[in-house]
Design a protein around this ligand. Sequence first.
Ligand code: C2O
Ligand code: CU
Length: 543
Amino acid sequence: GEVHYYDFVLREKNFTKLCSTKSILTVNGSFPGPTISVRKGDVAFVTVHNNGSYGVTIHWHGVRQPRDPWSDGPENITQCPIPAGTSFTQRVNFASEEGTLWWHAHSDWSRATVHGAIIIYPAEGTSYPFPEPGGQETLIIGEWYKGDVMEIIKTALESGDEPAASDGYTINGQPGDFYNCSRETTSRFVVDSGKTYLFRIINSGMNEEHYFGIAKHNLTLVGMDAAYTKPLNTSYLVIAPGQTMDVLITTNQTPDEYYMAAIPFHDGTATFDNTTATAILQYSGNYTPSTVIPYPYFPYYNDSTSAFNFTKSLRALASEDHPVHVPTSVTRRIYMTVSINQLPCTNSNCSGPDGNRLAASLNNVSFQTPSIDILQAYYGNISDVFTGDFPNEPPRYFNFTGDVGNNTVFASTGTKAIMLDYNDTVEVVWQGTNIITAENHPMHLHGFSFYVLGLGWGNFNNKTDPQSYNFVDPPEINTVGLPKNGWLAMRFTADNPGVWYMHCHFERHSSWGMDTVFIVRDGGTNQTSMLPPPSYMPPCSQS
Ligand code: C2O
Ligand code: CU
């Protein structure tokens, strides 16, 4: 493979959207940030120069980073923040993924504005498992806040209440026609008639999943999270924050302008931004566009079944060139509840529900982010940073998705990691609960993609549900929507030594403690052990 070098300069810049101007943190002054384009098998060295005013880290979402958690990026998990005025070089190893991924800041809520696409073309001498597209486009769905995102989460954590919802959605940084002051800047994708285009779609949003569709054009999903899928024909996508979807679109309609839209899929009780981002698919050539631009069809915003069915219909390509390697036996089984909880207030300004503050947990443990990164603590045997006793099961079995009673409201707290041996074959069954409230959660794992073997409504039944697991062509992805009041089973092989974060990709839930860490021990040989740290890592003393 080839070696690429990128400079990412973090700096503030003013942007005007939704009729107001604010300064946001950017990479190289652009929003969304620059695209990384490589082939499978390449390596990129990205030097992050922090010319902003606070410490930040950058994460390569979905890149496995074999044996090299040092460059993964989550703040206080694998590194401390890059202090303002300094730089840090990360090595991004595109050894195993092919398709679309993305990069984003991984410090508090800074990723709202600090993110961009990663395009991984097939390795030299190989090609797509579908005919070469006639053109390619990248489309990033985002969430725009008129306020300062770092302040929004800070205020929310102090008050113990829900953070403010965003003020609008964006497609490639632009809210589009349906918002005030936004018509002129609407994103336009100009296409020729009679071609097939590959659209690489990324949801960089903070707290909402989305439906995405294009009026009168079918979407054929061919890849997800940089792994190919069996072609899936659909009129809309359900795409969660963190997910990437590669779709083929054939321009076989009357030359005209067609709306492309991203609208929220939201099946929880939190207040949300019920607005719509649009862009325009514009056929090239001379014609008079329709006065009423055709608009796509979507299910109702809280239609849990549409999201469930979409996830259930995903299939890995499972071809000779792109095989699946699902572990058929399991050495480590983890049954993990995913819950919204409460915790006692820790300050006097707190005004959350029932006099408490909102929190979130996995197996009733609300994750406490340490002040020294877990990777450094693990590697250097520093005690009192984390413990290795994340429970394999929730503390008590009850009817998770029914009436759960008041005694389950409070979570415990801790920085508990899941310790794995090298080559453990792991099954995680995520179980949604209805403790304070229920909704779909986009669960994400660093360092691995996992196979989604099955999902269902209600409580997981460990006798009957595994009988319906898909071992033939389960999709291999890194972020998945756990159905509201349902379960989802996934497997992966722990063949990547290191420290790997796992969390809900809704920022508010992650901030409330819906997180944990997998630590995969060394395998005992050079090739199965973690690489040594680079000569410079950002210090943990200042941030
Ligand atoms: Cu998109 Cu922890 O990641
Ligand atoms: Cu969540």
